[in-house]
Design a protein around this ligand. Structure first.
Ligand SMILES: Cc1ncc(COP(=O)(O)OP(=O)(O)O)c(N)n1
Ligand SMILES: Cc1nc(C(=O)O)sc1CCOP(=O)(O)O
Length: 506
């Protein structure tokens, strides 16, 4: 069994366990991480009041860091409540040391200043906020203030255009490694949009604002979930998408414990498609409100992606019912003729033949569907493709791209790349089977799925066993010694995996 990521949480003990370290530990446990803690203070609080806050001594604080460091390095560190100035100074020294030794460890800082319970003491002495950013920002990768914390710490108004906020963050703190995640729960909008600022990059993660009562620990839970997903090595945009989906699920499952607002639920790995945020980006085209026509899922299965009519004919003759013509050269001789022949072959074999990239020609000649990458989605005339009755397949490489693709209501979603591939230079690491399984679980019953990238005869059965609707292959077929036999073998394997899947259900 693979080891769980180790995540350190630096923060205060909350006797009610609605927020603070107790909420952090439950979140990490829920996401399969091993959580370790560095206590900054003990608080006596319940769902209604913060009665007393007692910081630990700097000696105790240092001893916790040292003893953990003597034993193991974490994959990520989440820092939250630092109740006084001495502990802010001590924490920044530890972070400096760790960043010097292991710059790859992600540091997430949730600058807690006050509890959201109705009455009581401030959690952080006001003098601790002085120099907080100066001391912490050099070592932090993510900072996750809510609107009130953001304005109090930066003196930048959160009530202005997001490009203006981005500009002022750069003006004040320079362009750095720091990602600012400005949480939108306190805005008086119908939507809860968290804005991510990193240098000039601005991106919104938006969900409908939920009208729920049990909201204690929202900030702790979001920042811990983010730390956990970073600990699993997800990219920043994927980890933020997942953390937002997680917090939405947690808000929906909150429980009334005590007399004030109760704690959030712990909804497990984000696999509910309705909890994925809508992605908002400048210059990103709006989604496609009407769905594209559906594909016939029963005809999906083995999905060869080939670059010539000869190959297309070969695979269709073996019984393949879904295939793609992928000719990357826009100036290829006879491109129009090849696309027309591909469409005709699809009709002859009653197969779903997709055309990669060349959407205008696909429309012109009446193709069954087109397959587009994320960049193509920004430039292709999707309304025209849809009105012409073509299906749309979309490439994705993680949660962020999946969330973005959903706005277009595509006919299927391709998930890549699962294994290392020789066919194409990929900017990211292979996803592997575990991530594929999560994506399939997320999309099942909503969108047909296709796995692609490095899938060969040996790996095929394990990929099919995830329940993915289709497996796309290039070299497993085109470099095979006996491509006809391999294609038929894979068709048989896929049919068998469906039978096993059906047995599982019954
Ligand atoms: C089924 C399937 N999935 C992914 C791709 C890759 O498409 P794209 O992102 O457009 O990259 P190129 O194919 O253009 O390299 C695909 N073609 N088919
Ligand atoms: C064309 C393509 N797209 C990918 C993606 O992840 O989007 S991976 C890939 C190459 C697939 O080829 P092979 O089966 O030879 O590895």
């Amino acid at each position: 069994m693979s080891k769980p990521p180790v995540i350190w949480c630096v923060g205060g003990s909350d006797s009610s366990a609605h927020a603070g370290l107790q909420a952090d530990l439950r979140t990490g446990q829920d996401l399969g991480c091993h959580m370790q803690s560095i206590v900054t203070c003990v608080t006596a609080q319940n769902s209604k009041v913060v009665e007393l806050v007692e910081p630990v001594s700097v000696a105790m604080f240092d001893a916790q860091w040292q003893v953990l460091l003597d034993d193991v390095y974490p994959q990520a560190i989440k820092v939250s409540l630092l109740p006084n100035h001495e502990l802010v100074v001590a924490c920044s020294k530890w972070l400096e040391k760790i960043k010097r030794q292991r710059p790859e460890i992600n540091i997430v800082f949730d600058p807690v200043m006050a509890a959201s319970s109705e009455t009581g003491n401030r959690l952080q002495q006001s003098e601790a906020a002085v120099d907080l950013l100066t001391l912490m920002l050099p070592y932090v990768d993510y900072i996750t203030p809510n609107l009130l914390e953001f304005e109090a710490l930066t003196q930048i108004s959160a009530h202005q255009a997001v490009n203006q906020i981005a500009f002022q963050i750069i003006e004040k703190y320079g362009v750095s490694q720091v990602s600012w995640l400005l949480k939108g729960g306190h805005y008086a909008d119908a939507a809860a949009t968290d804005w991510w600022f990193k240098g000039e990059r601005v991106c919104g993660f938006s969900t409908e604002k939920l009208s729920v009562h049990n909201t204690r620990g929202t900030g702790c839970t979001l920042s811990t979930a983010l730390s956990c997903f970073l600990g699993y090595d997800y990219f920043a945009d994927d980890a933020i998408t997942m953390a937002k989906a997680y917090i939405t699920g947690a808000l929906k499952t909150g429980v009334q414990i005590g007399q004030g607002a109760g704690p959030l639920g712990r909804p497990g790995w984000p696999e509910q498609i309705e909890n994925l945020p809508e992605i908002l980006m400048a210059n990103m085209r709006l989604g496609q409100p009407l769905p594209f026509p559906m594909v016939d899922v029963d005809l999906m299965g083995v999905y060869p992606v080939v670059d010539s009519i000869a190959w297309l004919e070969l695979v269709l003759r073996q019984g393949v019912r879904m295939a793609q013509l992928r000719i990357k050269d826009t100036d290829a001789v006879g491109l129009d003729e090849q696309i027309q022949q591909a469409i005709l072959l699809g009709k002859t074999h009653q197969a779903q033949v997709f055309i990669n990239d060349h959407w205008e020609k696909a429309i012109k000649y009446g193709a069954y569907g087109v397959h587009l990458g994320q960049e193509d989605l920004q430039v292709a005339d999707l309304t025209h493709i849809q009105q012409a009755g073509l299906r749309l397949g979309v490439s994705t490489h993680g949660y962020f791209e999946i969330a973005r693709a959903l706005a277009f209501n595509p006919s299927y979603i391709a998930l890549g790349h699962i294994y290392p591939t020789q066919t194409k230079q990929m900017p990211s690491q292979p996803q592997g089977l575990k991530r594929l399984q999560h994506y399939v679980n997320l999309l099942k019953g909503h969108y047909p799925t296709v796995a692609i990238g490095g899938i060969n005869c040996e790996r095929f059965a394990a990929v099919a066993a995830t329940g993915v609707n289709s497996v796309a292959l290039v070299t497993a077929i085109t470099l095979a010694e006996a491509p006809e036999r391999v294609t038929r073998f894979l068709i048989g394997e896929f049919e068998q995996s469906k039978e096993v899947g059906n047995e599982d259900i019954s």
